[in-house]
Design a protein around this ligand. Structure first.
Ligand SMILES: [Cu+2]
Length: 187
C-alpha cells in the first residue's frame, strides 16, 4: 500500500482561470457599487463622528423670552510680547483684563470682536469649563478652521436662556488655556 492511494484533487488551468474571473468580477462590481454611492457613504458623519464634532440630535435650545435689554461688549484679542500670555482687552494684572460680564436671562449680549494681535484667533461662548467646544447659538465669530486674521473683526450675539456661569473664549485650540477666557454670569 502506497502513501498516496487516496484520490488527490488538483485543479486545472481552466478552473483556476474561472476562479480568478469570479474573484476579479466580484471586486470590480463591488468597487462600482462603492464608488457610485461614495457620496452616500461619506455625506453624513457616523454617530461617533457626530459626538466628536459636538453635533447632537437634541433640539435647539427653546426660544428665549428676551428682556429687550442689549449689553454691548467690546473685546479685543491681545497677546503678550513673548506670545506666552493671551488675553482679552488687557494683559493679566492690568485693569480691564478678561472683563466679567453680568447679564440676566433673556438679555442680549452683543459682542464686538477685534483681533488686535499678531496671531489667529476666533471667538465663542460656551458652558464647558475647559476646552474649546460647545459653542452656543450664534455667539461664534470666525472659527478655529477659519479664524480672524490680525486686524480682522466681527460681531455676534448671545442671549442666555438659563442662569449660570458661561465662558467667552478664544476657540483656537490652546488659546483658552493661555489666558483667552472670560466669565459671563447670568442670573
Ligand atoms: Cu486665540
Amino acid at each position: 500500500m502506497s502513501e498516496h492511494d487516496e484520490t488527490i484533487y488538483r485543479t486545472s488551468t481552466g478552473r483556476l482561470g474561472k476562479l480568478m474571473a469570479i474573484l476579479c468580477g466580484t471586486v470590480i462590481v463591488g468597487a462600482i457599487i462603492f464608488f457610485a454611492l461614495g457620496d452616500y457613504w461619506i455625506s453624513e458623519l457616523s454617530p461617533a463622528g457626530d459626538t466628536f464634532a459636538g453635533i447632537s440630535d437634541q433640539a435647539a435650545a427653546p426660544v428665549v423670552e428676551q428682556t429687550g435689554k442689549d449689553i454691548p461688549i467690546t473685546l479685543d484679542f491681545i497677546e503678550s510680547a513673548d506670545f506666552r500670555t493671551l488675553a482679552f482687552n488687557e494683559l493679566p494684572g492690568d485693569p480691564g483684563n478678561n472683563p466679567t460680564i453680568n447679564a440676566k436671562v433673556g438679555d442680549r449680549i452683543i459682542f464686538n470682536i477685534l483681533n488686535a494681535g499678531k496671531s489667529f484667533h476666533a471667538f465663542g461662548v460656551t458652558l464647558d469649563e475647559e476646552g474649546f467646544g460647545g459653542i452656543l447659538g450664534n455667539s461664534a465669530v470666525a472659527s478655529p478652521n477659519n479664524p480672524l486674521k490680525p486686524g480682522d473683526g466681527g460681531t455676534s450675539e448671545f442671549i442666555p436662556g438659563e442662569p449660570g456661569t458661561y465662558y467667552y473664549i478664544c476657540t483656537v485650540p490652546g488659546h483658552r488655556e493661555m489666558g483667552m477666557v472670560g466669565t459671563i454670569i447670568v442670573e
